[in-house]
Design a binder for this molecule. Sequence first.
Ligand SMILES: O=C(O)CCC(=O)C(=O)O
Length: 332
Amino acid sequence: MENNLEEDKIKTLYLNGLVNLNNIFDQDLLKKIRSAKDKLFKDFPYGQDDNLQKKTAGDFVRPGSYMIWDVIEREPIFSKILENKAIQNLSKRVLGENYTVASFYIRKTPKINSKLNPHIDYQGGLSFSILLDDISLNQGETFFYEQSHKFPPPPFANTKKSFFKKGPTSITGKVGDTFFWFPDCWHGRNVNETNKDTTILMCHMGNLNHPNKDSTGRKVGYSNKQSATENKQKNEVLNRLFKFCGNSPNNVFTHFFYCLIYFKFSKLSKIAIEQRLIFTRNKYGDEAVDNFSITKYLGLIKFSKAIVITAKKLIKSIVGEKGLSLIRKAFK
Ligand SMILES: O=C(O)CCC(=O)C(=O)O
């Protein structure tokens, strides 16, 4: 996989929203990355806060994990990961020549008996995770619901439907195992039942026009901006549309609208993809893979949930957070 991109892996990614590339690094590099990771967590046992300051207590800034954000600046060996040809080729294939790295960090999960519930991030992006420890089931591993990038976001879905019987796929394995996934595929993190802390490296990306800011608000400079050829003029109306609906983890209406314009209105999405409008990734290029079923999507929505969540949002926008909690109290 180092130099040539295996087509079946790409197809699996587009079909399932997740693909396992196994180990794509040589052992010497992995050894160096592992010791850099150990050194970082020796210096930052509880990770960093959002100002990149050392945390001194075991509470979590983000549920269940201690993060170190500026790994490349602290341990430049990590930049070799972004130079890996398999990673570059796959990212270019999905996001275009000049893709943006929005965040690149490591996270450690200690023993914890609560899960990070399934959720989606933004649409039209690409992420990868690399195991920096051997990780087995119930050791704080990330899990995915395969094919769910074409489903309503988790808060609105009826998980009793037969599709969900199969359950999630855990990304377990050996140090160096690398998984590419779509951030709009449902994912979460399992409990860690053991006393062994487990670490993964995570990278979130988007196309040329994706902001290069991580979740701390820090601008990162690791993007692959190599040629000016993709810097085309944008159709402003389409740009606004994709901006409006492309980040919809908590809104089933805008999420559905996104799916319609991206998957179904192919002429529009072709222009949007060519212009690298935000929240658009390349399609696979085969109708059997790129298809989207409106019936299936609507069939998976739990409308009672959708109505309650939407009503709460509406009330909150009218009476504010305080007003909403007063109403809640009154109805208890
Ligand atoms: O930490 C993990 O395993 C999952 C992280 C996650 O859910 C995310 O980055 O959106």
